[in-house]
Unconditional design. Structure first.
Length: 316
């Protein structure tokens, strides 16, 4: 375990946490709460913002059961397949790509859509009244973490009183106070993390098997893998084990990323499929907050791998 990386992650998480807490109490956040309260809501995202978009989608779908289920779509699919044909909806867009702002503004202007766009930046000299500028840091990790914490907290705030339970109350506190548990989080999963890193450094394969609500975290990081490891890391939906068992291979380690609700899937993979090189990354948290914890763990893995690549380059 590289504890210097863990310490940096704790510091960065604490800074993001402070920004999120200040934003939640800001008057402008009422615009976001208002839009995500709408029944006919579409949540759309650029490719690097799927993590917060999907987390928001699952909170609104699972915990706010008296409302209509929102639609989740990437921006390109929304613009080509939904916007031209759909009427009477509200839109929350989360984008890290300034070039998508004009396309979204055209939808806003031409179709008169009730819309809020969240973005870190806007092209110079351009102003769009429906864009809220939010910046949680200088890295993909900091902004994905910030957006996830921010939107999750607002989504929990709009849950009707009749649906508030011990579960929702716990989540409200948990999702806004993550920095303090970072050291214990990594201490708990250090053996699995060390195993993943060692496997890759030894030029063997890692296959992540993950339920759909967590897979967006894995897939985001797969695109960011250092070139040395790009052909060594794979991602599949965990449900595949019920359709066709992955073949055990000596050069491959399977990592099941899950929460307690996937216990049956884990046992099926281990016992019915007979996977021997199997690591169980069981996040013992609520499924709707699990993506936030997995984001931290995946950031650690890829920072470590980048460190390995730099050391290897310097020694060559």
């Amino acid at each position: 375990m590289e504890y210097s990386i863990v310490e940096r992650l704790k510091e960065e998480t604490a800074k993001v946490e402070k920004i999120v807490k200040d934003l939640i109490s800001a008057e402008e956040s009422s615009r976001v709460k208002n839009i995500i309260s709408k029944d006919d809501l579409i949540i759309t995202y650029s490719s690097l913002r799927k993590i917060p978009a999907a987390t928001l989608y699952w909170i609104l779908t699972v915990l706010n059961t008296k409302r209509k289920q929102p639609v989740l779509s990437d921006i390109t699919s929304f613009l080509t397949h939904i916007a031209p044909y759909r009427k009477d909806y509200s839109l929350l867009a989360i984008t890290s790509n300034p070039s998508s702002l004009k396309r979204l503004h055209d939808v806003y202007r031409l179709l008169n859509v009730d819309m809020v766009v969240l973005s870190e930046s806007m092209p110079k000299g351009i102003k769009y009244s429906n864009v809220m500028l939010l910046n949680f840091g200088n890295t993909l990790f900091q902004n994905n973490l910030g957006y996830t914490m921010y939107l999750s907290s607002l989504a929990l705030e709009i849950i009707p009183e009749t649906l508030i339970t011990r579960r929702t109350s716990k989540l409200c506190d948990e999702l806004i106070n993550i920095a303090s548990i970072v050291p214990s989080l990594f201490e708990r999963y250090k053996d699995v993390l060390n195993n993943i890193v060692d496997t890759l450094v030894e030029e063997r394969n890692i296959v992540f098997l993950t339920p759909s609500y967590l897979r967006n975290v894995i897939d985001t990081y797969l695109h960011l893998a250092p070139y040395r490891f790009k052909g060594k890391i794979f991602s599949h939906d965990l449900s595949i084990v019920f359709e066709e068992c992955p073949k055990p291979r000596n050069d491959t380690t399977y990592v099941i990323c899950r929460t307690g609700v996937e216990e049956l899937s884990y046992k099926f993979a281990k016992f019915s499929c007979g996977l021997e090189n199997l690591l169980d990354l069981n996040l013992n948290v609520d499924p709707v907050s699990a993506s936030t914890y997995l984001l931290l763990l995946m950031e650690y893995i890829f920072r470590y791998l980048n460190t390995v690549c730099k050391k290897s380059h310097n020694n060559s």
